[in-house]
Design a protein around this ligand. Structure first.
Ligand code: PEP
Ligand code: MN
Length: 340
């Protein structure tokens, strides 16, 4: 259910309605919009009797939300959610680019790549300190040491830090060190991790599971929002198909599908989405053209020596070229071409 407040409803009226909802044993989520505040109601197993609430001061109406996801839905908030991370913005008019290595391997590696992506105009740096690897014998990441290196990168280059948490323990540390908490494809339906991320005070970048439907993807975001963290950034990173010319099949059609159903921003990751360096620039152009709010790109100064995902990592010169090309596409579709 959704309680629609009048455009001029006062803060006190919104608060009173939230208190009345909580008093009935449900959770109230006031979501301010451009023209009015809507209050989402969760925690109700079935229909809610809101008779008394409908007649409270400032209330226009109580309406059922037709989708299984509530807080994620455009029904509760018509305008796009814009997430601010320091100087960067995701979901606004600009195309946000998050770039960096797959994994943090050493201080020197992280600094060299950060310098290069910063010079290309990027404001957000990525790099895994905890790596969910298919093989237990592959490089698992530097752990907290990697997070400390990321904090140094922020300090030295003024970049916002995006890094993955793989379980509840690593999430505690990631929340402390990072600016954005990434939840990877393999954890998209790790519900206890999603709930923990929902209690975090940092934005969450949620990657689509490799076999997740759109509804499952949005329901995963709902898990985070239902716990009170409304700063969720979605990310398409390719799904499993029979195709064997790429690592995954990048599902760009999910971008307009998400835009229609949800107010949350959506990024595209053509690095994991294709697994092949030569396909990253073409798919980046396409992602921007199709309406993505930004890109997640793996960059390595020595891709052939990378400890993970070297095949899909762009060397700095190619990344610079990517930035030039997506600025051009952004301009054509009327979006700010500042790279964010
Ligand atoms: C990553 O971004 O480094 C990563 C592991 O991605 P995914 O979860 O999409 O495989
Ligand atoms: Mn990777």
């Amino acid at each position: 259910m959704l309680v629609v407040m009048q455009a001029h409803a006062s803060e006190a009226e919104v608060r009173a309605v939230c208190e009345a909802i909580e008093h009935l044993g449900y959770h109230a989520h006031p979501i301010p919009g451009a023209t009015r505040t809507a209050i989402g109601i969760t925690g109700n197993p079935g229909a809610v009797d809101l008779g008394a609430i409908e007649s409270m001061p400032g209330v226009v109406e109580c309406i059922p939300v037709s989708k299984p996801y509530k807080l994620v839905s455009r029904e509760i908030k018509a305008e796009n959610t814009v997430i601010e991370i320091g100087e960067a913005q995701i979901g606004g008019p600009g195309i946000a680019v998050i770039a960096g290595p797959c994994a943090i391997e050493s201080r020197e590696q992280a600094m060299a790549i950060a310098k290069a992506v910063k010079a290309a105009g990027v404001k957000l740096f990525r790099g895994g300190a905890y790596k969910p690897r298919t093989s237990p014998y592959s490089f698992q990441g530097l752990g907290e040491e990697g997070l400390k290196i990321l904090a140094e990168v922020r300090q030295a280059h003024g970049l916002g830090i995006v890094t993955e948490a793989v379980d509840n323990e690593s999430l505690d540390l990631v929340e402390e060190y990072a600016d954005v908490i990434q939840i990877g494809a393999r954890n998209m339906q790790n519900f206890s991790l999603l709930k923990r991320a929902g209690k975090a005070r940092k934005p969450v970048l949620l990657k689509r599971g490799m076999s997740a439907t759109l509804d499952e993807f949005l329901m995963a975001a709902e898990y985070v929002m239902a716990e009170g963290n409304y700063h969720v950034i979605l990310c398409e990173r390719g799904v499993r198909t029979f195709a064997d010319h790429t690592r995954n099949t990048l599902d760009l059609s999910v971008v307009p599908a998400v835009k229609r159903l949800s107010h949350l921003p959506i990024l595209v990751d053509p690095s994991h989405g294709t697994g092949r360096r030569d396909k990253v620039i073409p798919l980046s152009r396409a992602a921007v053209a199709v309406g993505a709010d930004g890109l997640l790109i793996e960059v390595h100064h020595q891709p052939d020596k990378a400890l993970s995902d070297g095949m899909q990592s762009l060397p700095p010169e190619q990344f610079e070229q990517l930035m030039v090309e997506i600025r051009q596409i952004a301009k054509v579709i009327g979006r700010a071409a500042n790279g964010q």
